[in-house]
Design a protein around this ligand. Structure first.
Ligand SMILES: *Cc1c(COP(=O)(O)O)cnc(C)c1O
Length: 376
């Protein structure tokens, strides 16, 4: 009997597909017992770097730590501005205030929800007006779609700023035929279970082309170790990826290419079925880009009504994100570009994400899109 219930993200289907390979991978770790930085960690780092054509991969405990390790590696500090999009998951901005630097919220574009280069330019002027040195840009590939790296890279080069790609949602995506991973000075990602490449707990990684910075990141993730672990040459973190999670990720990475292709199929079926439904705007993909489709996010005028209609038909939906960061209580004291972030403000009221995972079949997609059509 086929299961007609629809999961927003179906990790159980992936687990059934991987079958006993997961148990065997976990079993091997239990036998060798090297739970911290065991052989699977270095093996995974090599595979991840190869997957996205990056020179170095340094895994760590989660995607937020990946960003924090970059802050530490770059020595970001007081009187400096770090530009972050106002419309993202909170972790993008969360790592900035503890360094003493100021997060400055930049508006996003309506086309694919990512940092608007024109707004970034306005943010740089605002930072200077506030007496802050423009230091770093954290571009986010929201919902899996790459940010505008050519434009943002040019601005960073001109201003001498470090470019960080928060690719927590976009590992596996591509920008102008290049995989996300080597488009910025640092690329960070997350292996949180719900991300496109997720483990069974927390995990993260930093990619860089710079071997000196890669060594520094390896020291920082291990209490600032020097030659050995009881030689502490700097302040670091305890932020390593567990060997067990690395072993699980190796098995998941083996099917990831195939899963990315399945996500493209799901997105294409959604787009075809939603064509002509004029109450919703389906997500667009820029010329030359491939999304990792972490989310399939619509723009909807009457979001509450559509969410309720979907729910009534057994179709789960979610709102990512209901409040822009500049309006969050913990962040409202930090500056935004002059005039605020009107696009981020509007998106926060209109976004609605449909179920998205590689194991959605034709019938389920039809059921979901029928529910959206019926509500229209
Ligand atoms: C999930 C996420 C993070 C943080 O990753 P964790 O592994 O949960 O710490 C950072 N940035 C974005 C955009 C995310 O979606």
């Amino acid at each position: 009997m086929s299961d007609t219930s629809i999961a927003f993200i179906d990790l159980a289907a992936q687990q059934r597909r991987l079958g006993t390979r997961l148990d065997q991978a976990i079993g091997r770790v239990l036998v060798h017992g090297a739970y911290i930085l065991g052989p699977e960690v270095a093996e995974l780092e090599g595979q991840l770097a190869a997957f996205c054509n990056a020179a170095h991969c340094v895994t760590c405990a989660n995607g937020t730590d990946a960003l924090q390790l970059v802050m530490m590696a770059e020595g970001v500090g007081p009187d400096e501005a770090v530009f972050v999009p106002a419309f993202t998951f909170v972790a993008t901005a969360e790592v900035v205030p503890p360094t003493g630097a100021t997060p400055l919220f930049v508006d996003v574009g309506e086309d694919n929800f990512n940092m608007d280069p024109a707004s970034l330019e306005a943010g740089i002027l605002e930072a200077r007006r506030l007496g802050l040195t423009p230091r770093m840009v954290i571009a986010v590939d929201l919902f899996g779609h790459p940010a505008d790296y050519d434009a943002i890279r040019d601005i960073c080069t001109r201003e001498g700023m470090t470019l960080v790609d928060d690719a927590a949602q976009s590992f596996g995506a591509a920008y102008k035929s290049r995989r996300i991973g080597a488009l910025a000075d640092y690329t960070t990602t997350s292996f949180f279970p719900a991300k496109p490449l997720g483990c069974y707990g927390d995990g993260g990684a930093v990619f860089t082309e710079d071997s000196v910075k890669a060594d520094l990141l390896r020291s920082l993730r291990f209490h600032g170790k020097g030659g050995d672990k009881y030689d502490n040459v700097r302040i670091g973190l305890n932020s390593r990826l567990d060997t067990l999670q690395a072993a699980i990720l190796i098995e998941k990475l083996a099917i990831f290419e195939d899963e990315l292709a399945a996500r493209q199929t799901v997105a294409a079926r959604y787009a075809a079925a939603l064509q002509g439904v004029n109450t919703v705007t389906a997500p667009r993909v820029n010329e030359g880009c491939t999304s990792a489709w972490a989310q399939y996010t619509l723009l909807v005028r009457d979001r509450d009504a559509l969410a309720a209609a979907c729910k009534a038909k057994g179709v789960p939906t979610a709102v990512y994100y209901p409040i822009p960061l500049n309006r969050q209580t913990g962040y409202a004291m930090h500056p935004t570009v002059p005039g605020g972030v009107p696009v981020a403000d509007r998106l926060a009221t209109q976004v609605l994400s449909l179920p998205m995972h590689p194991y959605l079949d034709r019938d389920q997609i039809a059921m979901i899109t029928d529910a959206v059509r019926a509500a229209a």
